[in-house]
Design a binder for this molecule. Structure first.
Ligand code: TYD
Length: 211
């Protein structure tokens, strides 16, 4: 049986992570792994309901952080932990780094409180603190992301934030990488899609996750 593998994918809105997550899932399945493809907020019936609230309803920053972590707790217990225990590869579109980047960086909410919530929520059986084995950060200039998002679809609560918000979110991601560089793979997302995929593939080969 394979050892469980927990990969998360991050970046500001418009960074273009989705197609690459799907391609990576296909590559891992071809390599013989069982893959669980999931997302945050969401991934369970309850957490998807919380997602709809978090992405559409106005709320104060603490409420927003609590909703994100409540969804995460359910997702961890119902989906992520059982999958890792089976030895599956879990590919999760966003995780706790998004809370530090969006609620911490973007909203300016207290990072110490987020750290405390992280300890409570990610304290799961057989792990002192559940963290991803690797986090892929699609790093993109907020100005470029804004151009990509313009007119793409009806924006949700986060997508309709001004560029300055995303500059703070990007700085939040950079700070997370600095604090735990070994967990991150930074990908320059300001390249054609093919080049981004090649960079991702090379980075994952380097980490021994893809052959
Ligand atoms: P996103 O992952 O971009 O999905 P889609 O591509 O379907 O729009 O949407 C999730 C949004 O939620 C995104 O704007 C970031 C935000 N978010 C937070 O603010 N905090 C969090 O903890 C998470 C997981 C997401």
């Amino acid at each position: 049986m394979s050892r469980g593998l927990f990969l998360t994918f991050e970046g500001i809105d418009g960074a273009g992570k989705s197609t690459h997550i799907d391609a990576l899932a296909a590559a891992l399945r071809t390599a013989g792994r069982t893959v669980v493809l999931t997302r945050e907020p969401g991934g369970t019936p309850l957490a998807e309901k919380l997602r709809a609230l978090a992405l559409n309803d106005a709320m104060d920053p603490l409420t927003e952080a609590l909703v994100m972590f409540a969804a995460r707790r359910d997702h961890l217990l119902q989906v992520i932990e059982p999958a890792l225990a089976r030895g599956d590869a879990v590919l999760c579109d966003r995780f706790t780094d998004a809370t530090f980047a969006y609620q911490g960086g973007g909203r300016g909410f207290d990072l110490q409180v987020l750290t405390t919530l992280e300890r409570w929520v990610q304290n799961v059986p057989d792990a002192t603190l559940r963290q991803p084995d690797l986090t892929v950060w699609f790093d993109l200039d907020p100005a470029v992301a804004a151009q990509r998002l313009a007119g793409a679809r009806v924006p949700d609560k986060f997508e309709s934030q001004p560029q300055a918000f995303f500059a703070r979110v990007a700085a939040g991601y950079a700070a997370r990488l600095q604090a735990d560089a070994g967990r991150f793979l930074r990908i320059d997302a300001d390249q054609p899609r093919e080049a981004v995929w090649r960079a991702l593939e090379a980075g994952l080969q380097d980490k021994g996750i893809l052959r």
